[in-house]
Structures are given as structure tokens and as C-alpha cells.
Design a protein around this ligand. Structure first.
Ligand code: GH3
Ligand code: MG
Ligand code: MG
Ligand code: MG
Length: 315
């Protein structure tokens, strides 16, 4: 690559490295009944440091899609025995929207109505077979960029800017689904609220910026200790919420105690200050009528914890 000066050369190199690092997790599914085409596509995809997955028919492709979460692009042929590209596109679009998965159709069909037919059914792009390596890369890249833009936008809408945790809106939207699925299957659910004790004092004594850092620290500790089967969110201010699903009561009780103790025993360094603060936690294992109900039950526990001297977990 020819770049004018040192700094832009470095920036350019960094952007390529970034793309390569990102690509290592991006899967592209290629569906074609021609083994020769699959081999060629596999080779192109490997060169671009993406992960190729190959299917020789539609049924198998749908199965592969179900089993692999991080497929971002499906590259499908038009004419295939049993299920053609049209049917496959329809089936994919009934489950995956354009903001999570891109469909690129590849064909040498001479009928000029075919590309528009595919695009109307929800395909994103159409590539005539015999494409060059460069055209292939450019199309893949522009489709990935669109998906990344969507992901970026979704992150901005669903996450709390300060902590990177999910926000209140997302918590109730996605939490409702988790709640309903787990209640229906009679699987365990627990909801806990974590609230910093006497947080006003931190703000009043050290300023709002230090208060913000204390809030970020909670997010860090929650992320560090709670890894699976949970939805963690910042509900607002210095209040956090965790929905645990399919985990035992015992496990959750231990986990909440670890979190509580983490604050009790640690001095947190913020702007050369060493401050110590505690948290109170309320938790409910009852389903209640709905997720709001569950939150109220957990809030009762929190109220008890505050009333009884703070720095404790109440159920
Ligand atoms: P308690 O132990 O009963 O929970 O008392 P507390 O002082 O922690 O709780 P209270 O609800 O009285 O005060 C919460 C304060 O949090 C009030 C508000 O100004 C502050 N706050 C809310 N959001 C933010 C924020 O994003 N950053 C900072 N620094 N402060 C915030
Ligand atoms: Mg074919
Ligand atoms: Mg508080
Ligand atoms: Mg509060």
C-alpha cells in the first residue's frame, strides 16, 4: 500500500490489523451445489481472514445457520436441487433480519429479472459468477460494514454509555422475553437489585466525577463475577439489576455474597484517592406476575437491607 506519510501509514496499517482481528470471528456461509465453486469461495474467504462454512444444499445451510451464532453473511447460489436460492432466501428472512445477516446471491443466470426478484425477497446483493477476487472482497466488505453500522447503532440504543452495561429500556425489553421463556419452561429465575450505599456522600465529598468512577467500578465488578446466564443492566443512577436464569438458588446466593464482599474489602483507587464504599443487594427468587412484579419483590429486599444497616444481601 502506498501512503503519503508515516502517521497515516500507521493509521492505515492499524485499520487493516483491526479488520483482520475482527474478521477472525466473522463467519461466512457459502451454499452451492458445485464443489468447484465452494472450493474457490473458501479460498477467497480464507485470504480475507474470515471463517468459511460450506453447505452443498439449503437444508444443510439452515441447520448450519442455527448452530453458528456469528455468521454475518450467507453467500447463496440460485439454482440448486431440492431447495433453490429463492426458497432459501425466504426461509432465512423469516428468521433473520437484514440488520443481523446479509444475503449475497451468486449466479450466472442469464434472466435479467433474477437479481431484482432476489432483492425483493430480502437478499442484500447479487454477484454474477465469474467475479474477480477484488469484486468479491469489496462486496463482502461493504456488506459487513452495513451490519457493523447496525451493530454500532444497536449498542448505542441498548447500552448505557457510561458503564457499557445494558440500559433500563433493553433490560425490560429483553428481560421480558427471558422471563416468559423461563417461566413457561418452569426454569429458575432470580432478580437482584444492587445499590451503592450512601452514594450521595461520595458525590458530596469527592465530586461528581469520582461518583461516576464509583459507578463504573460496580459495572466492572459485576462483569468480572457474573459471566453466564444473566442479564446485567444499569437501571439508573447508582442502581443496577441482574436477571439470573437457569441457575440454582445456592449459586446465586454465593455470587451475591462475593459481590457484596468485593466492595466491603476493597479500597478503590480513583484519581489518586483511595475510597471504600459498600453496596446493598435485594433479591427475589419468585416469579411474581411479571418482570416488573419481580423487580418490586427484589426492591423490598433492598429496602430491608438499607433499613437494617446497609452492606448486606436480603431476600
Ligand atoms: P442509600 O444508601 O439509601 O442508597 O443512599 P444514597 O445516597 O446512595 O442514595 P440516594 O438515592 O439518596 O442518592 C443517589 C444519588 O446518586 C443522587 C444523585 O445525585 C446521584 N446520581 C445519580 N446518577 C448519577 C450519576 O450518573 N453520576 C453521579 N456521580 N451521581 C449520580
Ligand atoms: Mg447451482
Ligand atoms: Mg444508594
Ligand atoms: Mg439508589
Amino acid at each position: 500500500y502506498i501512503v503519503k506519510d508515516g502517521i497515516s501509514a500507521l493509521q492505515y496499517a492499524a485499520s487493516i490489523v483491526n479488520r483482520i482481528i475482527k474478521n477472525q470471528y466473522i463467519k461466512i456461509l457459502v451454499v452451492d451445489d458445485s464443489k468447484t465453486f465452494l472450493k474457490q469461495a473458501e479460498d477467497f474467504i480464507n485470504r480475507y481472514k474470515l471463517i468459511p462454512l460450506l453447505s452443498t444444499n439449503g437444508e444443510d445451510a439452515l441447520k448450519t445457520l442455527k448452530e453458528n451464532k456469528d455468521i454475518k453473511i450467507v453467500l447463496t447460489d440460485y439454482l440448486m436441487p431440492k431447495m433453490d436460492g429463492i426458497e432459501l432466501t425466504k426461509r432465512i428472512r423469516s428468521n433473520y433480519s437484514k440488520d443481523e445477516l446479509s444475503i449475497i446471491v451468486t449466479s450466472n443466470a442469464s434472466d435479467s429479472r433474477i437479481p431484482s426478484k432476489f432483492l425483493k425477497l430480502g437478499a442484500n446483493d447479487f454477484l454474477y459468477k465469474g467475479f474477480s477476487k477484488e469484486e468479491f472482497f469489496v462486496r463482502i466488505n461493504s456488506n459487513l460494514e452495513i451490519i457493523e453500522l447496525f451493530e454500532d447503532m444497536k449498542n448505542k440504543v441498548n447500552k448505557d454509555y457510561m458503564t457499557g452495561l445494558y440500559n433500563r429500556r433493553y433490560f425490560f425489553e429483553f428481560g421480558k422475553k427471558i422471563y416468559e421463556d423461563n417461566k413457561k419452561a418452569n426454569k429458575s429465575l432470580a432478580l437482584s437489585i444492587i445499590d451503592i450505599d450512601n452514594f450521595k456522600n461520595i458525590n458530596d465529598s469527592y465530586g461528581h466525577d469520582v461518583g461516576d468512577e464509583a459507578i463504573k467500578e460496580v459495572a466492572k465488578i459485576l462483569n468480572k463475577n457474573i459471566i453466564s446466564n444473566s442479564l446485567i443492566a444499569r437501571l439508573g443512577g447508582e442502581e443496577f439489576c441482574i436477571l439470573f436464569y437457569n441457575r440454582t438458588k445456592d449459586e446465586i446466593e454465593k455470587l451475591l455474597e462475593v459481590i457484596r464482599r468485593n466492595f466491603e474489602n476493597n479500597f478503590i483507587e480513583i484519581n489518586e484517592l483511595k475510597i471504600n464504599y459498600t453496596v446493598s443487594i435485594g433479591c427475589s427468587f419468585e416469579y411474581g406476575k411479571n418482570i416488573d412484579d419481580m423487580l418490586q419483590l427484589a426492591d423490598k429486599g433492598l429496602y430491608d437491607a438499607k433499613k437494617n444497616g446497609r452492606n448486606q444481601v436480603r431476600y
